[in-house]
Write a protein that binds this ligand. Structure first.
Ligand SMILES: [Zn+2]
Ligand SMILES: [Zn+2]
Length: 313
């Protein structure tokens, strides 16, 4: 099963003619997640051919407008489409109160249930969303105000059965192969017991994706990015403007590369570019000096976890 990451907006606080405000979709058979929802995000979802009604959950990093102001519009659209399925909203404490204060979004007027998962300052880390085959965990970041980053991770998959060896050992039925996958011994019709050792490979780790913005380099960011197949990290400024990055609670391109390198990530995408950079080329070059597998996130491009240059180890 493939998972696609689709950046929807790569601008920081001020959108430009070519860059939208923060938002990033994750698509996987039967599921769609949204990370941040800056103004205009629902139009980007449309342009990207992403089905809004498929959304399972929205994860808001912090309550700066460039990450949040698209959410009321998106929720209003979902209500007009007569959505009935519940929607999980993960974000900083106070998110529910902010939305409930907007006309039309009061609890009693919604056509569908909003399930809030609110994160308090000092929460450390927490699994905030889980299905049968993946989890999303949150960790605290280091911004001017309370902010959290997120990590999507597929659950580990069972090892592969060496079919030729298993058959040679006497296994014939699908159910026996499934048992081996679960690392259970199989008793054959003639009473012989076949142990899984040597017939099943090691568990295969699932693909992972880290969403790390807005933040200074932090332990939380590094933990989210640990060994990740793909890290989307903010790089608001070039390192020449480090003082400005410190002052505003952001990262430079070089710092984003350091986080990816220290975390042993496989690929880095930079995003959240200051409007002063017409093109992010210089930021990408700066990051590549420390972490060669870096690109600027391209809006509406589909990055497939486990393929397309985003390889799984
Ligand atoms: Zn921002
Ligand atoms: Zn911010």
């Amino acid at each position: 099963m493939t998972t696609e990451i689709i950046p929807l907006g790569t601008a920081s606080a001020i959108p430009t003619r070519t860059r939208h405000l923060s938002g990033c979709a994750l698509r996987r058979e039967g599921h769609a997640l949204l990370f941040d929802c800056g103004e205009g995000t629902q139009y980007q979802l449309l342009k990207g051919g992403l089905n809004r009604s498929r959304l399972d959950a929205v994860f808001i990093t912090h309550v700066h407008g460039d990450h949040l102001y698209g959410l009321p519009g998106l929720l209003a659209t979902l209500a007009l489409m007569n959505r009935e399925a519940p929607l999980t909203l993960v974000g900083p404490a106070g998110l529910e109160a902010i939305l409930a204060a907007l006309p039309g979004l009061e609890r009693e007027r919604r056509s569908f249930e909003l399930r809030f998962v609110e994160l308090e300052e000092g929460f450390g880390h927490r699994v905030v969303f889980e299905t049968d085959d993946f989890t999303v965990e949150a960790r605290e970041l280091a911004h001017r105000i309370f902010a959290a980053g997120f990590r999507f991770e597929e659950k580990a998959r069972p090892g592969r059965v060496d079919a030729a060896k298993a058959r040679a050992a006497g296994l014939t039925e699908g159910g026996q192969f499934e048992a081996l996958k679960r690392r259970e011994a199989v008793t054959l019709a003639d009473g012989r017991v076949v142990e899984p050792e040597g017939l099943v490979g090691p568990e295969r780790p699932g693909a992972s994706f880290a969403y790390v913005l807005d933040t200074r380099p932090s332990d939380g960011g590094r933990a989210l990015a640990r060994g990740a197949d793909l890290v989307l990290h903010e790089a608001t400024f070039a390192h020449a403007l480090l003082a400005r990055a410190v002052e505003t609670g952001h990262s430079t391109a070089r710092e984003a590369a350091e986080v990816a390198r220290d975390a042993g990530a496989k690929k880095l995408l930079l995003t959240h570019f200051s409007s002063r950079y017409a093109e992010p080329d210089a930021l990408v070059e700066e990051a590549r000096r420390l972490f060669p597998n870096t690109d600027a996130a391209e809006e509406l491009r589909r990055y497939v976890l486990g393929a397309d240059g985003v390889t799984r180890g």
